[in-house]
Design a protein. Sequence first.
Length: 596
Amino acid sequence: MPKPSENALIPLKIASIYAAVAGIWIIFSDELLAALVADPVTLIRLSILKGWLFVIVTAVLLWWLIRRYVTALLQRDATLQEIVQGVSAATGEEFFASLAKHLAGTLRTDFALVGELTGETPPRIRTIAMFGKGRPMANFEYSLTGTPCAEAITGKGNGAGCFFSEGVTRKFPADHLLVEMGVEGCICTPLRDSAGQTMGVMAALSCRPMKEKALADSLFQIFATRAAAELERRRTELKLREREHLLEQQFTQLTTIFDSVSAVIYVADLATHELLYLNKFGVSLFGENWQGKRCYEFLQAGQEDPCSFCTSESLAIDGEPRPPYVWEFQNSVTGRWYQCIDRAIRWPDGRLVRMEIAFDISERKDMEQMKDELVSAVSHEMRTPLTAMLGYTEFMLENEVPPAEQKEYLRTVHHETERLSELIGNFLDLQRLKLRPEPFNVRRLAVETLLSEAAALFGAAPQRHRLTVDCPPGLPQIVGNSGQLHQVLVNLISNAIKYSPEGSAISLGAVREGESVVIRVTDEGMGIPAELQDKIFEKFYRIDNTDRRMVGGAGLGLALVREIVTAHGGRVWVESTLGKGSTFFVELPALPESSS
């Protein structure tokens, strides 16, 4: 492409050519006419004709000269515009491919390429885009040593580029690639980053001598800067991608580790409390839709403000993280106890966040509670039978007791031993169910069989109570643990016998209600006040009534009944009227008839 100074000389060139042609025409035409024509009139006429001919010839000449230069300028402008349009909207690989294609087409060369230094020693070039023989070509690598590109970077042109119109293969015989391609002329220029460091090269290769040096130089000067900028952007983008990929790998590794831990691990913004990460174990407990939620809203039930026990002052002071903060709390969503280890850390974007690791310590808490309750049971409920047992045995050891009285004393010791055994057994069963709420060894069970087997244990009861079983045929089966459900019925029948006057009736029955089977145990005992009917299923709760306190028990039987029924997916309740008796109901899921 002509330089601005060259464009300014075009009118001068046209004027010079015109003046030369006009001067030659005037001098020689006048001399020729004077020599050939003597008649003045004829000479004047021929001079006029010569003048018109001169005007026509010079007009044609001017038109031809102007058209030639204007056409050349338009062609070069169109060429430049075509290249600009071809590469301006493109980036990355598309930009380099388009640039190589347009360079080869504009310069009428056989090949054009853009390549980058690989960073190896000795230096090598890896092509980013290669266009040749009218089509894109596969990229390749070649050694920079002994090539025109090496001279363009460090040779005669002081690294400014080089141009060889012909004889390239003779000048660089060690470049076997040029020899194989049959290259005769080439132009090459270095591509430098913003710091002036060479990143790569741009070159055009021709199998014929290259004549348009000015056009090639101007094109390479225009697009070398753009290509260098795109190459630098590409390198920066690749580094960012590598860094992001490395961060993703590290995050994936940490996520894999965190997901394998049976603990809740999450990260939340220290200022806004927004959840930034929740591991798979946490998702299994609290749900998947945690993104964008605040930790106290998502991980707690009905929480509208940050938790009072979770404060930034415990984790960071003046923007600097403090040592880990350890605390315990009971989660309101799961109902489980957790030991939490909180630590302020820096997130990749630089902000301060809180990472928490919460270990489930519910079993430990249950064991601690179990020990406390056991101590309470020993101090309040076990002391009475133990005192009676120790008192009677000590009296018999220290005194001569008639056989009849010994039998009575031993009967009392046996009764208190059974009472203590029942208390310990119920307590251990209750704690075992709390530690493992799901029933095990379940199978299909017939309700009528369960009722009959439970009633059979109280064969002596009819001597003091009228025990009947009312179970209609055709009831659906249920699924459960036969031993645990048997214990439920035994406890309910035992309570009915204990709290009912002799001679009263106790009945067992069952009916189907929707998709459930409801079992009932009805007595004609003292009844339970309405305000206490929910409390009797709590551990160690006994109604403070003189008549009832005369009956042995520690208040664990009904608590055990509720735990077993709940573990089977059912529910238990009581309906009672003071002085008229009580009915205990146990509702359990029925097995579908198609599965029976």
